[in-house]
Design a protein around this ligand. Structure first.
Ligand SMILES: *Cc1c(COP(=O)(O)O)cnc(C)c1O
Length: 362
């Protein structure tokens, strides 16, 4: 039994210990998870209502084409219904794109450090990974990424805001990059955190989508919409590209519950606005505290901050965990940085208290 050569070196995804296990092992009664950029305020009450109503139907397969949700999303973003594809999270849209486009020997360009699923899925399909280091301020180096594209390149991935650094690309620079990328290359703009970005800094990605047939936008219901466990996200693209991704899609890849909750969430813009407002307040608080502690951080534009703790990040990670806070650390290029999700006010205050104690103890 010999697996594909390109997967034998891949690590199995390490999600971080479950909350219950951390509590048990460390004898803690309360553990706050700020490691996965989940929404600390949950999801819209309308989504909960929709889920409760949908429970009656769970013995029936879902609508393979998510017809109702597709119409809602198409309307919401002013695109045609054949420009929308849903996945079990935008993670699955990334997987489907890799399946639909890469054969061994193809190349794909991405930043380093960025969201790991682009590399993971491209590697499984045998594509050659071309990684372009971030600039010193944590941004994609679009000039170097453009230079890394050649005739074998199939997809270039742009994570905006970037996970884990949080940087958002200047609107004009991104527009110029997209215009300059050769037409045989798909430009993926992963916008998992776009709803958190200040309007004056937000890219005109829907405009880019209209203008360029090779643009695909990735969006998710996991972050500001607070539906991470339901696994639903989507891609927007040109009809021909979406058709090809659909050809690689499993028939029932999103569930009834996910479709119903996502549809209900889209009808509740007030919920999104409230979460953004609270996130803005949380970001302002964390920035103020990091400034007070003399810690530098990348420009945060999502619901997380990547802060330089000035000491081994794994030591900080463990110190925080002993105090009941789960953060994220371990990026090779950033050995002293920790990424922390913006929590509720109370969670943020507990995190800062724990961080101060860890830094003092060092
Ligand atoms: C969280 C995240 C996603 C995917 O989330 P799903 O839950 O799979 O929709 C995609 N891209 C980035 C950058 C993310 O941080």
């Amino acid at each position: 039994m010999i697996p594909k050569q390109q997967i034998v070196h891949l690590p199995v995804y390490q999600p971080g210990k479950p909350l219950e296990q951390v509590k048990r092992e460390l004898g803690l009664t309360e553990v706050i998870k700020l490691a996965s950029n989940e929404n600390p305020f949950g999801c819209s009450p309308r989504a909960i209502e929709a889920l409760q109503a949908e429970v009656a139907n769970i013995s029936i397969y879902p609508d393979s084409f998510a017809t109702e949700l597709t119409s809602l999303v198409a309307q919401h973003f002013q695109v045609a219904t054949n420009q929308v594809i849903f996945g079990a999270g935008s993670d699955e849209v990334i997987l489907m794109m890799a399946r639909a486009y890469f054969v061994p020997g193809d190349e794909t360009v991405m930043a380093s450090t960025t969201f790991p699923q682009y590399k993971h899925n491209a590697e499984i399909e045998g594509a050659k990974i071309v990684e372009v280091p971030l600039t010193a301020d944590g941004s994609h180096d679009l000039t170097a990424m453009l230079a890394a594209i050649n005739e074998r390149t199939k997809i270039v991935w742009v994570c905006n805001p970037n996970n884990p650094t949080g940087n958002v690309l200047p609107r004009d620079e991104l527009a110029k990059f997209v215009a300059d990328v050769p037409k045989h290359v798909i430009v993926v703009l992963d916008e998992a955190y776009i709803e958190y970005v200040a309007p004056e800094k937000a890219p005109d990605s829907l405009g880019l989508l209209q203008k360029h047939e090779n643009v695909v936008l990735l969006r998710t219901f996991s972050k500001i919409y607070g539906l991470a466990s339901l696994r639903i996200g989507f891609g927007l693209g040109h009809a021909n590209v979406i058709k090809n991704i659909n050809q690689a899609r499993e028939p029932f890849n999103t569930t009834r519950m996910a479709q119903a909750a996502a549809a209900a969430s889209l009808t509740d813009p007030t919920w999104v606005a409230t979460c953004k407002q609270r996130n803005d307040e949380g970001l302002a608080y964390l920035r103020g505290e990091f400034d007070r502690l003399g810690l530098s951080y990348f420009d945060p534009n999502g619901n997380f901050v990547m802060v330089d703790c000035g000491m081994d990040s794994l030591q900080v990670f463990e110190g925080l965990q002993r105090r009941g806070i789960i953060a994220r650390a371990g990026w090779k290029a950033y050995p002293t940085h920790v990424r922390i999700t913006v929590g509720s006010r109370e969670q943020n205050e507990k995190f800062i208290a724990a961080l101060e104690a860890v830094l003092k103890g060092a």
